[in-house]
Design a protein around this ligand. Structure first.
Ligand code: SAM
Length: 216
């Protein structure tokens, strides 16, 4: 099982399950509380949102931003996100984040529940992509599952890439990449790459704010 196979299955899962995606946001109050964290985060200016999904975070970002460009590869999720953000200054882009390059730079690059889906081998390129997408003085702001999240996943033992199995209502099973970063290791990894990061743990999730290395 290589990265490409797993990433294709992962996207197929999110496309097929777009209509089921919002359920945890309804079921789990801690996820709704996490959404309110945006209010205290340095989200400002022109915002690029990576893997926006059904747009749970998008209107909250739009309320703080001058503009939002929200990217996702699943048209089914983008259709739901569009409905959720009517009236806000949001531009949606359907694109594969492992191939897409932004046409401009942004003050904030935001991603929720995306970092855990990036295979470890692709993390250096991913962080370089985020750095390149940031305007001078810009920041990356991100939210995801910490190690405690593993208790709620069907983790695939022995997989060459950290992975889990998700099920949809029709009984289908899909493998996804799932890396449970912990705040301390992620902070150290980012520092080693020249980023300056502050990452805190909140109810099993982590919330990070990071500035890229200064362009030399
Ligand atoms: N950010 C949203 C949230 O927090 O609710 C959605 C996160 S969801 C866990 C992951 C998202 O990544 C899905 O919407 C899926 O369509 C998207 N995705 C999967 N593979 C992708 C790819 N290669 N490029 C862009 N988006 C992708």
């Amino acid at each position: 099982m290589d990265d490409d196979t797993l990433l294709a299955e992962q996207l197929a899962y999110y496309r097929a399950g777009a209509d089921e995606y919002d359920r945890p946001y309804v079921q789990y109050p801690e996820l709704r509380r996490l959404l309110t964290a945006v209010d205290d985060l340095p989200v400002a200016g022109d915002v690029l949102e990576l893997a926006c999904g059904t747009g749970q975070w998008t209107p909250l970002l739009a309320a703080r931003a001058r503009s939002v460009t929200a990217v996702d590869a699943a048209p089914e999720a983008l259709a739901l996100a569009r409905r959720r953000t009517t009236g806000a200054d949001v531009r949606f882009v359907e694109a594969d984040l492992f191939a897409w390059r932004p046409p401009r730079r942004y003050d904030t690059v935001f991603f929720a529940f995306w970092l855990s889906h990036v295979p470890p081998r692709r993390l250096p390129a991913f962080w370089d992509f985020v750095a390149d997408a940031l305007a001078p003085g810009g920041r990356a702001v991100f939210v995801d599952d910490g190690p405690a999240g593993a208790a709620y996943e069907d983790v695939l033992a022995g997989a060459p890439v950290p992975a889990a199995v998700r099920r949809l209502d029709d009984g289908s099973r899909h493998r996804i990449v799932k890396v449970f970063h912990d705040a301390r290791t992620l902070t150290a990894d980012l520092s080693a790459r020249g980023w300056s990061a502050r990452i805190r743990t909140v109810a099993g999730h982590y919330i990070g704010v990071a500035e890229p290395p200064e362009a030399g």
